[in-house]
Design a protein around this ligand. Structure first.
Ligand code: PLP
Length: 406
């Protein structure tokens, strides 16, 4: 092992929980990751010693909390290598970040007959907001297909782009297949026609080093809770030139400059998009999570996860009945599969009785599940605290599921 896994597991008290008298094995990290004590401690410390509303007071606590919050913005900016801190907008998650773009950039720039290009592997969060916008505006959604291996059929993109295409919105990494999409190619093709690209990075940031400048994407959305941070916090990165031109998302305090009954002028970036009291404790907890994984070293985490992925895949494929969906050459530690004709929900119930948390169902990507012609899939998604021993117990449980239900 390239890092001290036992030491790391110590940081995650929830891993000691027992489920049906068995020690928990948590393989549902794509849904949410657990939080190290450093994150929990940061949130507690904020409420014990720093709690205050930000940007609005000249007194000590308010100034401290404002400074901490804005520092966290800088930490996120460095983490994704954005050009400016004000290109980092705090939201309540990837979902809100994408809705923000749909209802600001989208409402302003997408009109009757215009086209938005998505892929067949989108999470509902990067599908429904565009569908809602398309309904409001009479726009059209176009969908890049996915092949049997779970790879994006990116060769179709060039011919899909027309003079009516106004945006490409694509998952960086699929939450079901683990596929790492060829986003550089997509961005180059789109930019050749002057079309901006939004990447849904919810499943990418936990497993890849993301550099928005190097990617040259125009928008990037992700959530803290899938990155060992708290729930209720996320990020929209946007290039300054787009954010400046976009109208505000929600109205309220903080996003304004001058207000009269006749007219309101809006605050500068990033505050224009952060109406109301933000989730300060969540943002500080998120910063603690980023510091935690940076301390562990992202390269080491990703290499370790690759080991876990390869081992799990190899062991699962030793069972004839197991069919894995998503065998892309470039993928993250997410494995969706079925065991013969066993219904994923039935399998999930047995896994649970054995103390193992896997996800079952359509994984908020119903069109993708339909594309593979199955009622659902079982998904094992791994994180930095999982171990080979846990995978061995999981493989034995998979055999047991098959014995009991086949
Ligand atoms: N996009 C992808 C690919 C996801 O996997 C998820 C969550 O599972 C989301 C978006 C939505 O994230 P959140 O619910 O944190 O807003």
């Amino acid at each position: 092992m390239s890092f001290d896994i036992l030491h790391i597991r110590h940081d995650f008290p929830i891993l000691d929980v027992t489920v049906h008298d068995k020690q928990l094995i948590y393989f549902d990290n794509a849904a949410t990751t657990h939080k190290p004590r450093q994150v929990v401690d940061r949130i507690v410390a904020y409420y014990k010693k720093e709690n205050c509303n930000i940007h609005r007071g000249v007194h000590y606590l308010s100034t401290m909390a404002t400074g901490a919050y804005e520092n966290a913005r800088k930490t996120v900016k460095d983490f994704i290598n954005a050009e400016h801190p004000h290109e980092v907008i705090f939201t309540k998650g990837a979902t809100e970040a994408i809705n923000l773009v749909a209802q600001t950039f989208g409402r302003k720039n997408i009109h009757q007959g215009d086209e938005i290009i998505l892929s067949e592997m989108e999470h509902h969060s990067n599908l429904v907001p565009w569908q809602m916008l398309a309904e409001q505006k009479g726009a059209v959604l176009k969908v890049i297909p996915v092949d049997e291996q779970g790879e994006l059929e990116v060769q179709h993109l060039k011919s899909m782009i027309t003079h009516r295409t106004k945006l490409v919105a694509l998952a960086h990494v699929s939450n079901v297949l683990g596929t790492i999409n060829p986003v550089h190619r997509v961005i180059t093709l789109a930019h050749e026609q002057g079309i901006p690209v939004l990447l849904d990075g919810a499943q990418a940031v936990p497993h890849l080093e993301v550099d928005v400048k190097e990617l040259n994407c125009d928008f990037y959305a992700f959530s803290a809770h899938k990155l060992y941070g708290p729930m209720g916090v996320g990020v929209l990165y946007g290039k300054e030139k787009y954010l400046e031109e976009m109208p505000p998302y929600q109205g309220g305090g903080e996003m304004v400059d001058q207000v009269t009954f006749q007219k309101t002028t809006y605050n500068k970036l990033p505050y224009k998009f952060e109406a109301g009291t933000p989730n300060v404790s969540g943002v500080l907890g998120f910063e603690a999570a980023l510091k935690y994984i940076l301390d562990l070293d992202l390269k080491k985490i990703h290499a370790y996860e690759r080991e876990l992925l390869d081992y799990t895949t190899l062991e699962l494929l030793k069972m004839d009945a197991v069919k894995i969906f998503g065998n892309a050459e470039n993928k993250t530690a997410v494995i969706s599969y079925n065991i013969g004709k066993i219904h994923p929900y039935d399998a999930g119930t047995i896994y649970d009785k054995l103390g193992i948390a896997v996800r079952t169902g359509h994984h908020c990507a119903q069109p993708l599940i339909d594309r593979f012609g199955v009622p659902g899939m079982i998904r094992a998604s791994l994180g930095l605290y999982n171990t080979i021993e846990e995978i061995d117990r999981f493989i034995e449980a998979t055999r047991q599921v098959r014995r009991m239900l086949a």
